[in-house]
Design a protein around this ligand. Sequence first.
Ligand code: HGY
Ligand code: MN
Ligand code: MN
Ligand code: MN
Length: 407
Amino acid sequence: MPDDFERMWSDLAPVGRSAASGGYFRQPFATAERELAAWFEEQCRARDLRVERDDFGNVVGWWDLPVVEEVAQQPSRNPGPAAVLTGSHLDSVLDGGAYDGPLGVVSALAAVDLMRSRGVTPGRPVGVSVFVEEEGSRFGLACLGSRLATGAVSWETARALRDRDGVALGDVVAGGSSSLLADVGTFVELHVEQGRDLVDRGAAVGVASEIWPHGRYRFDFTGAANHAGTTRMEDRQDPMLTYAMTALAANKQARLAGQRATFGRVAVEPNGTNAVPSRVTAWLDARCSSDDALATLVEAITQQASDRAGRDGTALAVTAESVSSSVVFSPDLAAAVAADHEGGDWPIIPTQAGHDAGILSAAGIPTAMLFVRNPTGVSHSPEEHASIADCLVGVSALADTLERLTR
Ligand code: HGY
Ligand code: MN
Ligand code: MN
Ligand code: MN
């Protein structure tokens, strides 16, 4: 299995991603997703996993139950046992790392290999899944694929989402419906840790207790375009100033409240060197320990932005583009997954990162997350990393969990 894992891990290179290069892909959504899906489906076929796609680009490779003849004589038999699904995503943030997402997919495939090498025949179907556009890097809505698969967002709404070039999702994806999750009873997602809890605890693997509430908010600062040199300072209505003071306020407010917030994306129009801009659009990413704390923090930042706009003679509009409430994973399932480790329970820790696991949990599917230690905790960066040794511990922990859930 180790060579399988390392071979698969390096195999991602053809689609622009590989552990070695910390690669990422810049191709447009459709190209990257199509190439990544082709790589994944090839891995499924190599394992005789039945490939099922939905209308949104999400894919599952199914390890079906062996067909048992006598079932045919028992037409009244209840439908088969609920399936156990495991997987993650293959897309990335811009200039991201190689582990966030792919580690969960490669580890799921390797866990199937490991279970088979142990001679395990699951008593339930096992699915390996890839949900598309988990980062929302192109169409702006995180966990887009899993939201569509669970119905958390309708296709009618999602199809109108546009990327930075104005291309609508409905123009690049067929759309329609998804039945991938129809028979899924439990979902388990393995993910590289995006933080340093496991390093601090000296553990190779951890289990998620919850996902902090988080949201994305678009701040539109509007001013008056003018000459950068000839316009007196007191005559300016500079939206860049209002944005800059708001970014400062967001950082200060988050620190004071013990929460997390940043403006990671900014668009300036007309973006000239010698002109006061007419408009600055900036996206706030806020993550808080409770729904109330999130609402309070965003309200405080918005209020300071509004006060500043009044002083600068600029206008402000704030739009909440997506808000995800707190997700608390099933404590019993988390405890059972944590206890699967012969050397004592894996630590159970919160995460501030959103995941498809959060969407499926919110849709009522019992869900667990396994984290693999990231030596620096750095993520959403080419510096993101996990050692092969820890990755293999993660695969073994995932196989143990799947084995227990499918008995
Ligand atoms: O942005 C996040 O929270 C996650 O990495 N998608
Ligand atoms: Mn991510
Ligand atoms: Mn991820
Ligand atoms: Mn995620």
